[in-house]
Design a protein around this ligand. Structure first.
Ligand SMILES: Cc1cc2nc3c(=O)[nH]c(=O)nc-3n(C[C@H](O)[C@H](O)[C@H](O)COP(=O)(O)OP(=O)(O)OC[C@H]3O[C@@H](n4cnc5c(N)ncnc54)[C@H](O)[C@@H]3O)c2cc1C
Length: 419
């Protein structure tokens, strides 16, 4: 029997970063992943991941503190953005956030998901922990039995004082633990791809709210092989399912034409599109993140509309809070598996996650409703916030993940660790 302090199920962005943090904190860790880890991402020229993340400053801090960020920088596949421009296509409302207003060089970075996981998996290569690749968890012992025992599809068993479910939105661990969720479908599917545009994106994240959805253009770095005068954006176009699928089925030429129009030609003309993917969007929130010997992090605990690009940023804050909680418990001689210990993590994160999810839900509903009175209120409200610095400042700080009570791993690294 393999026996560990902590076994993390899922080596996505959240599980892999938690493994780095817990190994650094001195825990005996195992990581179980149903797929394979991908430390040396070999990309053919022009090949990209259609899935990107807008990483907040707090997420960047975590990745710097885990010494993962320099690897992301080395891959040169990321783009800083220094402004956000949001507008309502059905009125005059608009909102602008700039790094200059925040006295910062940038608001965050757009990074392909595969770049983040690849840098995390590379970092793990130099650490002492046990990896179970191509290993799917299929069963788990009941919570009364300590330590918890996980059964893999191969029949192998892995046992740990604490099991962490970092296995994504359809978490098997959450199901096996019987932790209930509140969940419902958003009226949108997200169409994602990378597109080429004729005008520079001005290091700005653009978002257009329309009567039937939300269209985001996120700035990407130029394709190295094509030179600096090429301009690319990653798009996330959240629309009703039928419309998203219809857009996916169009020829490249017709899709680029429709997209240029939908974006009001703000960045010139869309001249090329990579393969397009359609992802159903569902809100999910576990009513409890913990039980004796078990805890949920990242999408296993919460999934959120991508309109403000906050999903993995919340997951990284979960990681920092859980590492802090477990480290403290260990130093003070408390059991890391006890509900009392784990509830400290839950109380640090559940309220914050719920607030962000409620905010996103309100935005999504507010913009989906085309009642003329509501449209007027919405546009007046946006223009009002645009002029009111304290509210704008608060919204910007929420998006950047900066605040007073960040766990140590989400805070800016101490100068000697700074890269
Ligand atoms: C269109 C779209 C755009 C988004 N944009 C942003 C953005 O800009 N910024 C942002 O912060 N977030 C964004 N998000 C959200 C973000 O992508 C997710 O929050 C993030 O990927 C979740 O990471 P995770 O590690 O928790 O889960 P996952 O990435 O789902 O990883 C789970 C891992 O667990 C493994 N696994 C699953 N089941 C098992 C099992 N039984 N046994 C073993 N292993 C298992 C899987 O193979 C996988 O590797 C976006 C989401 C969408 C849909």
């Amino acid at each position: 029997m393999n026996q560990f302090d902590v076994v993390i199920v899922g080596a996505g962005m959240v599980g892999a970063s938690l493994a780095c943090g817990l190994v650094d904190a001195g825990f005996k860790v195992a990581l179980i992943e149903s797929g394979a880890l991908n430390p040396a991402q070999d990309w053919l020229p022009g090949q990209v991941d259609a899935r990107v993340s807008a990483l907040s400053l707090a997420s960047e801090n975590l990745l710097k503190n885990l010494e993962v960020w320099p690897l992301i920088e080395n891959m040169a596949r990321f783009q800083a953005y220094s402004a956000m421009h949001v507008w309502d296509a059905c009125g005059t409302g608009q909102l602008d956030f700039t790094a200059a207003e925040q006295h910062l060089p940038y608001l965050g970075h757009i990074v392909e998901n595969c770049t983040i996981t690849s840098a995390l998996h590379q970092t793990l290569e130099s650490k002492k922990y046990q990896l179970f690749e191509h290993s799917q968890v299929v069963d788990m012992s009941a919570q009364e039995i300590s330590p918890r025992c996980l059964t893999l599809a191969s029949g192998e068993q892995v046992s740990a004082t604490l099991v962490v479910g970092a296995d994504g939105a359809n978490s098997k661990i959450r199901q096996l633990a019987g932790l209930p969720t509140r969940e419902w479908d958003y009226p949108h599917h997200a169409l994602v791809t990378r597109v080429k545009i004729t005008q520079p994106h001005k290091n700005t994240a653009w978002q257009r709210f329309t009567e039937d959805g939300i269209l985001a253009f996120l700035p990407l770095s130029s394709a190295i092989e094509e030179g600096p005068d090429t301009h690319y954006c990653s798009i996330v176009w959240s629309r009703p399912k039928a419309q998203a699928e219809a857009m996916q089925a169009l020829s490249d030429e017709d899709f680029c034409h429709a997209l240029s129009q939908a974006f009001e030609h703000r960045l010139g003309v869309v001249t090329a599109s990579d393969k397009r993917y359609v992802i159903p969007l569902r809100q999910r929130h576990a009513k409890r993140y913990v039980q004796a010997g078990l805890v949920l992090v990242g999408d296993a605990a919460h999934t959120i509309h991508p309109l403000a690009g906050q999903g993995v940023n919340l997951g990284f804050l979960d990681v920092a809070a859980l590492v802090e909680t477990l480290q403290k418990a260990q130093q003070q001689g408390y059991a890391i598996s006890s509900v009392k210990t784990l509830e400290q993590y839950q109380s640090k994160r559940r309220g914050d996650n719920l607030r962000m999810m409620t905010l996103m839900e309100s935005f999504s509903r507010l913009f989906a409703n085309q009642h003329p009175m509501l449209s007027l209120l919405r546009n007046t409200g946006m223009n009002w916030v645009q002029k009111l610095n304290p509210i704008k400042q608060h919204l910007a700080q929420q998006a950047m993940g900066v605040g007073a009570h960040l766990p140590p791993l989400s805070q800016a690294p101490k100068p000697e660790k700074q890269t």
